[in-house]
Ligand binder design. Structure first.
Ligand SMILES: [Zn+2]
Ligand SMILES: [Zn+2]
Length: 174
């Protein structure tokens, strides 16, 4: 979503739109864990104070995750509030090599503000560090592969009953 700087007035305006985020599915480091929808629903209120621009809003959407423990895919809601301010870029006519992040400030330059990169970044920040289908997912047994949410581990049954071990030793010693 692009907002023209001219249209940002001192009286707040509210807009709602669908932000296209499908390209996040091409981020190779995430493709194993999450599947993003084509759009996130976004609400934004924006206004200015002098030359400073303010944005407050939220987004929400449904993602698919692949549980890191039981490997099942599951659907979950992602939502986050955000707010930020932009000041005119004092360096836009000069060196572009200054690291703006280090200065802790965000700037705008030109006639428009593109919210898309910001929203994509916020979506990534809102992701859980690890996909889990539920808080207490018990995962798969590393030995027998049983889904421990649904069935007991079969490792013990498959192993030889330890109470039988002395008899086997007897046989061997004979
Ligand atoms: Zn799970
Ligand atoms: Zn097992």
């Amino acid at each position: 979503m692009i907002i023209l700087v001219d249209q940002i007035t001192e009286s707040p305006k509210k807009i709602r739109f669908g932000e296209s985020i499908g390209q996040l599915n091409q981020a190779t480091d995430l493709v194993r864990d999450y599947r993003f929808p084509d759009f996130m629903d976004v609400d934004v209120v924006f206004y200015r104070s002098g030359r400073e621009l303010f944005f407050e809003g939220s987004f929400r959407g449904r993602l698919e995750g692949n549980c890191g423990r039981c490997l099942k895919s599951y659907s979950f809601a992602l939502q986050k509030n955000f707010s930020f301010a932009l000041t005119p870029d004092p360096f836009s006519a000069r060196s572009k090599e200054l690291n703006r992040d280090e200065m802790g400030l965000s700037f705008y330059a030109g006639q428009e503000v593109d919210l898309s990169p910001f929203i994509r970044e916020q979506v990534l920040l809102a992701l859980p560090t690890r996909p889990l289908c539920k808080e207490g997912c018990r995962g798969l047994c590393a030995g027998c592969g049983a889904d421990l949410n649904l069935e007991p581990c079969r490792c013990a049954a498959a192993a030889v009953d330890p109470r039988m071990a002395p008899f086997r030793n007897l046989k061997l010693n004979r």
